[in-house]
Design a protein around this ligand. Sequence first.
Ligand code: PMP
Length: 285
Amino acid sequence: MSRIVYVNGDYVPEESATVSVFDRGFLFADGVYEVTSVLDGRILDFEGHVERLERSLGELGMEMPVPAGELLEIHRRLIAENDLREGTIYLQVTRGAADRDFIYPAAGTGQTLVLFTQARADLVDNPMAAKGLSIISIPDERWGRRDIKTVQLLYPSMGKMMAKAAGANDAWMVEDGHVTEGTSNNAYIVKDGTIVTRQLGNEILHGITRKAVLRFAREAQMKVEERPFTIEEAMAADEAFVTSASTFVLPVVEIDGTAVGSGTPGPVATRLREIYLDESRKSAI
Ligand code: PMP
């Protein structure tokens, strides 16, 4: 069945949804995006994602294409049009179409705003929650402003392919001897009851799920340390896990072929997944 997608003010069947070949998102990766999850037809962490979108746009000298309230209405209409109960909503804003030039076109050229839904039956019942992920480490060869959620995802895509070729589920990226983050998630280890994850900075994306999970962990009296850690430290940890908007919390059970802890999903990751699902369902809109 064809989806209804949103393109610059119109709700159209996916076959008729088009963007210009001059779009700077296409030519320069001059655009940013967000992905939110939908459970029971309601959006998780909407406010956090809109806040980050505004920040990403601001860092690139762009404005919000429509006010936040209108973005919520677009999300809701796409949920209704596509009868989405469980899945994700992808949103992309680019600087729009203009003659190819490295210099940004004058403001007011007209940004491109695209949103589409992806139905998923396995967001909550993700088999990896029980099985745990195996990951490999790879050098972090992305650009230096990973805090901006741009659409230039080629290196993360290469990283997932490297993991696949190695028979693993994903990759953690390493820079100057320390783990930055996963290809599409934030990375954590647990040692002696303390959760360790890299501090915020330009080196990582400021995950919306990270923010929520760290808050829930602290509320549950778990100890959290925001600092860099090495792959060796991760291999010797009791547990490891990742977070993202579409996977919530997933345990990592193997790093570069070495079992983490018992080699099975740990209690902290399992508990945090439950808390995240409960709490974000409650606050979903
Ligand atoms: N880091 C990277 C590099 C990502 O691509 C993502 C997912 N977009 C995340 C972290 C997790 O962020 P969020 O929890 O906001 O999905």
